[in-house]
Design a protein around this ligand. Structure first.
Ligand code: SF4
Length: 376
């Protein structure tokens, strides 16, 4: 047995373990669109879309994204606005921005082909160790093991490893174990098999050990610990945030949206409005204290939209909107303001309130628009 591995198997056992898992994967794997290709562009796209997003939600986006951007060149030459609008609804928009930046780099520096070298892949925006290993092993057969939450859970159970798996020392052990167990002749299938096992049978709750192809090698099952591993991490406390949004509406039913910021520097403030609207087009919005929403929104609008054009603002409160972004629980208090003529605001755009599809907006902005369109 290897000194760094947490899974204590002899050499013949490892051979058997690999054969069992690969045979199970070959027979039982889910038929997913990115499993029908070895094209590194398509595999990379699927890996980015699958980050923090369920398979069922990704499939339609993956297919429609590829219809619009069928290859690296098509993506690299697209405008950010268009790429974001095809990502709209999938969430975590920094993924789409990094995808585009990386595609442009690949087009400019790697001849339009996803790089074959690990370090070159890692140097691209939005690509960490997991994604680099996944794309290179699946598309190019490079012997690199992946380690994500699914694989870590499977390995921890196989080795009955206790503790917080994300703690750096344990995560390093898990990475070394994953690399040690890797079937080097079929690394792409192996990595997918480990992930598939974690996603379908060795699930966070109620693992289905009776159906597991590698149950005989699993220490957690033998010790009756499968349900207790991994141990729960302490969750970050939820922060409550209240925003007020202004939906200006003119007699033609048009509204005004503000542009995303040009700077890519992110604010660390939990109530940063640009972060909460995923750095996309949005209604004029400000973080407010509860009970002060109308007054604070009026002040914000007077200062940042209307400038010297002072007038009595009669805000019509709309149905409140709830939204969650990671550890933030957001309440948006939207207000409608009927207006004859929009103020001139640098970078703003005017669109029909009933159809904002010409620009990329976040789910939060979409919910505010729905609240503004709902019958009173
Ligand atoms: Fe996971 Fe159970 Fe299989 Fe162990 S036996 S790897 S706990 S599904």
């Amino acid at each position: 047995m290897c000194a760094v591995s947490i899974v204590a198997l002899s050499a013949p056992e490892i051979g058997k373990f690999r054969r069992r898992l690969l045979a199970w994967f070959s027979a039982r794997k889910r038929d997913l669109p990115w499993r029908r290709t070895k094209d590194p562009y398509r595999i990379w796209l699927s890996e980015i879309m699958l980050q923090q997003t369920r398979v069922a939600a990704v499939v339609p986006y993956y297919e429609s994204f590829l219809r619009r951007f069928p290859d690296m060149q098509a993506l690299a030459r697209a405008r950010a606005e268009v790429v974001l609008s095809h990502w709209a609804g999938l969430g975590y928009y920094s993924r789409a921005r990094n995808l585009l930046r990386a595609a442009r780099e690949i087009d400019a520096r790697h001849g339009g082909r996803f790089p074959r070298e690990y370090d070159a892949a890692l140097a691209l925006p939005g690509i960490g160790r997991y994604t680099a290993a996944a794309v290179l092993s699946i598309a190019y057969g490079k012997p690199l093991a992946v380690l994500d939450g699914n694989v870590a859970r499977v390995l921890a159970r196989l080795g009955a490893l206790r503790g917080d798996l994300r703690a750096p020392a344990l995560w390093r052990k898990l990475g070394a174990t994953a690399q040690y167990l890797l079937a080097r002749r079929t690394p792409g299938d192996w990595n997918q098999a480990m992930m598939e096992l974690g996603a379908t049978l060795c699930t966070p709750r109620s693992p289905q050990c009776l159906l597991c192809p590698v149950a005989e090698f699993c220490e957690a099952r033998k010790q009756g610990l499968a349900d207790l591993i991994p141990e729960k991490r302490s969750k970050r406390d939820t922060i409550e945030i209240t925003l007020a949004s202004l939906v200006l509406v003119d007699p033609r039913g048009k509204t005004l949206l503000l542009a995303p910021p040009k700077s890519t520097r992110k604010s660390a403030a939990p109530d940063d409005v640009h972060t909460l609207v995923s750095r996309m087009w949005h209604f004029p919005t400000v973080a407010v204290q509860h009970g002060q929403a109308a007054a604070e929104l009026t002040r914000f609008a007077q200062e940042s939209l209307f400038g010297a054009r002072k007038f009595q603002m009669v805000l019509g409160p709309l149905k409140k909107v709830r939204h969650a972004v990671t550890y933030r629980s957001i309440t948006v208090l939207p207000f409608r303001l009927e207006i004859e003529k929009f103020p001139k605001v640098s970078g703003a755009t005017v669109l029909p309130l009933a159809d904002l599809s010409a620009v990329a907006i976040s789910n939060l902005t979409r919910k505010v628009a729905r609240a503004a369109l709902a019958p009173k």
